[in-house]
Design a protein. Structure first.
Lengths: 118, 244
C-alpha cells in the first residue's frame, strides 16, 4: 500500500499518538521509532524520517518524554522514554482517537455503505 | 561520523532563523546518527554506497523542510512561542509601568515615605537621594532590563531574531512616551514632587543602554553558539581535539 505521508489532514495528531504508544512499551531512539512505526503499520504510515525529531523534541519540551544518551552495541544514541505525564497524554489521545474513528466508522459503515459499494 | 552537506544546510538554516545553538547541535547530531543507521541498513539491503546516500537523504527530507519543521514545532511548544504578540509586544508595555510602580514603591518604603507620620518637609537628604536613584533607574535601566529579559526569553522559546529584538523596541517606545520625573529641590510650587505622565521625549542614556545591552547579548549568543558548535563537533569526532 502506498504511503500516507501526503494525506496531511488525516495525519494530524497521528505521529504523536504512535510515538506515545511505542514509547509506552519501551525506551527507543529516533531511528528505531521510525522503523518500528513503518514495520508495525505495514508501511502504511511512514513518517518523514527527519521530522520525527522535532516531534520528539516538542514532546520532551512539553514534559511528556524524558531522554538520555546511552551507549548500546558500541554506539551512542539518544533514547526517549515516556514519563507519567506522557502516559496520561497517551490515554487521552487514545480515547480521542477511538471516539473519532468510531464516529467516522459509524457514518461510513451505515449511511454511505451503498455509495462505497457502487 | 560524516556529516553530509545537507545536515550542514539544516544547521545553517536554523542558525539563520535564530534557533538556540545547543538545540541546533542536538538536532544535527541526531540527524547524523539517524543517517548513519539508515545508511548501514540500506547497504545491508544491497544498495551501493552512492545509492544508499541518495536514498538516505531522500528519506530524511529536505533541509529547508526539516529546519522549518524543527523551528515551528519548538516554537509552538511554549506559551511565548504560541502567543508572540502578547508575550513580546503587549508584555513590555504592561511590564514598564508595573516595574516603575514596584521599584518606586520599594524606594518610597526605604525612604520612609510610606509611614503615616511622614511629612514632605521631614524627608532627609539620603532618603531623597534614594528616590532620585530609583527614578533614574526607572527611566534608564528598567526599559533595558525589560528588553534584555524578553530578548533572552524569546531566544530560548524559538521566536526568532526579529521577535527577540521587538520587546526592546517596544520598551524603548513605551518609555519614550511614558515618563517619571522628580522636580528638583528648590523649584517653587513643585518642590520634591514626582510626576508620572505621558509625553514624547528622547533620552540618550536610555537608548544607548538599551541598544548596548541587546547588542552585547546578541554577540554573546553568537559566541556561545560558536562554542557549542565546536564542542559538539569535537564530541562527535568530526573535529580534531585542537579544533582546527
Amino acid at each position: 500500500m502506498a504511503s500516507n505521508r501526503k494525506d496531511l489532514s488525516f495525519m494530524n495528531g497521528v505521529p504523536e499518538l504512535l510515538i506515545l504508544r511505542l514509547l509506552a512499551s519501551r525506551e527507543m531512539y529516533g531511528y528505531e521509532l521510525v522503523s518500528e512505526i513503518a514495520r508495525s503499520t505495514d508501511n502504511v504510515i511512514e513518517l518523514g524520517e527527519g521530522c520525527v525529531y522535532p516531534i520528539l523534541h516538542a514532546m520532551e519540551k512539553n514534559k511528556l518524554l524524558v531522554c538520555r544518551r546511552m551507549e548500546k552495541d558500541g554506539r551512542s544514541r539518544l533514547y526517549y522514554r515516556l514519563n507519567e505525564r506522557g502516559k496520561s497524554r497517551l490515554l487521552e489521545v487514545t480515547l480521542n482517537w477511538q471516539r473519532i474513528t468510531q464516529a467516522i466508522g459509524g457514518v461510513l459503515g451505515a449511511k454511505y455503505a451503498g455509495i462505497i459499494q457502487t | 561520523m560524516q556529516a553530509s552537506s545537507r545536515l550542514e544546510s539544516v544547521r545553517k538554516l536554523l542558525q539563520r532563523r535564530g534557533a538556540p545553538g545547543a538545540y541546533i547541535e542536538r538536532f544535527a547530531r541526531e540527524l547524523a546518527e539517524h543517517r548513519e543507521d539508515l545508511m548501514r541498513d540500506l547497504l545491508r539491503e544491497g544498495m551501493t554506497p552512492t545509492q544508499a546516500e541518495t536514498e538516505a537523504d531522500r528519506r530524511i527530507g529536505e533541509p529547508a523542510e526539516l529546519a522549518n519543521e524543527a523551528f515551528e514545532k519548538m516554537r509552538r511548544a511554549s506559551f511565548v512561542g504560541r502567543h508572540r504578540v502578547f508575550s513580546l509586544i503587549v508584555m513590555p508595555i504592561l511590564l514598564l509601568p508595573l516595574s516603575w510602580f514596584l521599584l518606586l514603591g520599594v524606594a518610597a518604603w526605604g525612604a520612609g515615605m510610606l509611614s503615616p507620620t511622614y511629612r514632605l518637609t521631614s524627608i532627609n537628604a539620603s532618603s531623597l537621594a534614594w528616590i532620585y536613584i530609583a527614578v533614574e533607574i526607572c527611566r534608564n535601566v528598567v526599559p533595558a532590563l525589560i528588553g534584555a529579559s524578553l530578548y533572552l526569553l524569546a531566544r530560548r522559546k524559538f521566536c526568532g531574531r526579529v521577535w527577540s529584538f521587538l520587546p526592546g523596541l517596544v520598551a524603548w517606545l513605551a518609555s519614550s512616551i511614558l515618563f517619571v520625573h522628580i522636580y528638583p529641590v528648590g523649584l517653587s510650587g513643585a518642590m520634591g514632587r514626582m510626576v508620572i505622565g505621558v509625553a514624547w521625549h528622547f533620552d540618550l542614556v536610555k537608548t544607548v543602554l538599551l541598544v548596548g545591552i541587546l547588542v552585547l547579548l546578541e554577540v554573546m549568543r553568537k559566541w556561545t553558539d560558536g562554542f557549542s558548535y565546536w564542542h559538539c563537533r569535537r564530541e562527535a569526532g568530526v573535529m580534531p581535539a585542537n579544533g582546527s
